[in-house]
Design a protein around this ligand. Structure first.
Ligand code: ZN
Length: 411
C-alpha cells in the first residue's frame, strides 16, 4: 500500500518536530536526513527501521519528541527482560488514542447505550485506560474492573447488566467457563466481546462466543503505538481494519527488510502519523500478518490486516519460503485425527533443506493416509514439500514455549 501525499506530509512534520529536541532518539537517528527529502515511496522506504532495542536504550525519556511541559502521561511496555520502554504522551496523543478507540467500539456495533465491562489492567501499561477513554468518549458506561477477582466480576456483570466484555482471550475464556459452571448464563446480558489481539485459536474463539453468547471482535495495538485501539475486526470477517489516518502500515520480509506486496505474509511495520510525544518511524512490531487486499463487505474504507499469525522471531526460512508456527497450526487443525501438538526439524542434507513435521495422531487412524494428507495440505497451503511423520498422542514433548517446537539444525 503506497503512502498517500497527506500521510507523507504528516510524517515529514513529525520527523521535523522530533529532530528539533536535542539529544533525543531522533536527533541522532535522523541526523543528515532532512524531512523535505522524503519525496517518494522509495525515499520513505529508505528510512531506517526503528527497533524495540533503540527505545530501550534511551530509557527513561530519551524517546520524547516534545519539551517536557507537553507530556501529560507516560506508559511503559512490560519488557520481558530488563529495562522497560517508556512512552510519553501529550494531551493530543491521549485524545487521539481515545478517538481511535471510540472508532473501534463503533466498528464493533457498540453504542452509548452499552455498558462496557473492562477487565484489562490499569496502570503503567496501556490496556485498561485505553478501553476506558474510548468508552467515555463514545458516551457508554465504563465499568472499570481491571483483572482478577472472578466472583466480583460475575456479580458486577449481573447486577450492572454489562453488555460488552473487554478482555484478553484467556481471561474471557476463564470467565465464560466460570459463568457456565455456576449456571448463571441466563443472568448475563453480554452481547459483544472485544478481545485483545494476542494470538488465539479458532477453537478458543468458538468456545468463548458460544459460552457467553456474544459476537467477538479482535482489537489490535501495542504500547509503543498508543496501545490497543489502532485497529479492530469488523462484522464481515476476521481481518482487522486499521486507522490509516493515524498510522501507516507496511509488511516486510523480517529477514531481508524488503517491503512485501499487499497480500503477502510478513512482519508488520508501523509509522505513526500524528503522534507527538513519541512518534515512531518504521517501527518493527515483530507481529506477523498481511495486508488484506481489496475492499471489505462491511463498506468501511479503512484498510485491513489479517489476524496476527505469530511473531517474526518464530519464523524459519526453508527453500526460500518463510514458515511460521501459525501456518503449521492452520494446516494441522483442519485435518481430522490430528492433534494440535507438533514438532518441526529442519536439516540440511546432500545440499538440500529438508523439513520434517512430526505430529500426533489419534488412535485408529491410518498413518500412511494421514501423512499423505498432511503433506499435500502443507504443500497446497504453504507451498513447501515436507516429510510428514505421524506419532502417537503424548509422544511429543509438551512445552510452554512455542519456539521450541521448531528445531533448525542447519547452522
Ligand atoms: Zn470490514
Amino acid at each position: 500500500m503506497q503512502l498517500r501525499k497527506e500521510q507523507r506530509e504528516l510524517i515529514q512534520a513529525r520527523i521535523k518536530a522530533a529532530k528539533s529536541i536535542a539529544g533525543n532518539l531522533y536527533s541522532a537517528k535522523f541526523e543528515g536526513i532532512e524531512p523535505e527529502d522524503i519525496k517518494s515511496q522509495r525515499d520513505f522506504e529508505n528510512l531506517p527501521f526503528t527497533e524495540k532495542e533503540e527505545l530501550r536504550d534511551v530509557y527513561p525519556l530519551g524517546i520524547s519528541a516534545v519539551t517536557e511541559n507537553k507530556i501529560v502521561r507516560i506508559h511503559s511496555s512490560s519488557g520481558t527482560t530488563g529495562t522497560p520502554i517508556i512512552i510519553p504522551y501529550t494531551k493530543r496523543d491521549v485524545s487521539d488514542w481515545a478517538i481511535m478507540f471510540k472508532r473501534c467500539y463503533e466498528m464493533a456495533g457498540i453504542t452509548k447505550r452499552d455498558r462496557i465491562h473492562i477487565t484489562p489492567g490499569y496502570g503503567l501499561w496501556t490496556a485498561g485506560i485505553g478501553f476506558q477513554a474510548g468508552c467515555e468518549l463514545l458516551g457508554a458506561m465504563a465499568i472499570p474492573m481491571g483483572p482478577g477477582n472472578t466472583d466480583k466480576q460475575i456479580k458486577m456483570m449481573i447486577d450492572l447488566k454489562s453488555t460488552v466484555l473487554c478482555a484478553t482471550s484467556s481471561y474471557a475464556l476463564l470467565l465464560a467457563e466460570e459463568i457456565a459452571r455456576r449456571g448463571v448464563g441466563d443472568k448475563i446480558m453480554l452481547r459483544k466481546g472485544v478481545i485483545g489481539s494476542e494470538r488465539w485459536g479458532d477453537k478458543m474463539r468458538r468456545r468463548i462466543a458460544s459460552e457467553l453468547g456474544v459476537e467477538l471482535y479482535d482489537i489490535y495495538g501495542l504500547t509503543e503505538i498508543y496501545g490497543p485501539g489502532i485497529g479492530i475486526s469488523c462484522s464481515a470477517d476476521e481481518a482487522m481494519h486499521y486507522w490509516d489516518d493515524y498510522i501507516y502500515l507496511e509488511v516486510i520480509d523480517p529477514k531481508t527488510g524488503e517491503v512485501l506486496p499487499d497480500g503477502e505474509i510478513g512482519e508488520i511495520v508501523i509509522t505513526t502519523l500524528r503522534k507527538e510525544g513519541a512518534p515512531l518511524i518504521r517501527y518493527r512490531t515483530h507481529d506477523m500478518s498481511r495486508i488484506v487486499p481489496g475492499s471489505c463487505t462491511c463498506q468501511s474504507m479503512y484498510p485491513r490486516i489479517d489476524r496476527i499469525i505469530g511473531r517474526s522471531d518464530d519464523m524459519v526460512k526453508v527453500k526460500g519460503i518463510n514458515i511460521y508456527p501459525g501456518q503449521i497450526e492452520d494446516v494441522l487443525k483442519n485435518i481430522s485425527g490430528v492433534s494440535s501438538e507438533y514438532q518441526v526439524m529442519i536439516d540440511h542434507l546432500n545440499g538440500k533443506d529438508i523439513m520434517t513435521l512430526f505430529f500426533e495422531t489419534e488412535q485408529g487412524v491410518d498413518l500412511r493416509d494421514i501423512e499423505k494428507e498432511v503433506g499435500s495440505e502443507f504443500k497446497m497451503k504453504v507451498g513447501l514439500t515436507i516429510v510428514p511423520k505421524s506419532v502417537s498422542i503424548g509422544e511429543l514433548p509438551r512445552s510452554e514455549k512455542k519456539s521450541t517446537r521448531i528445531f533448525d539444525n542447519r547452522y
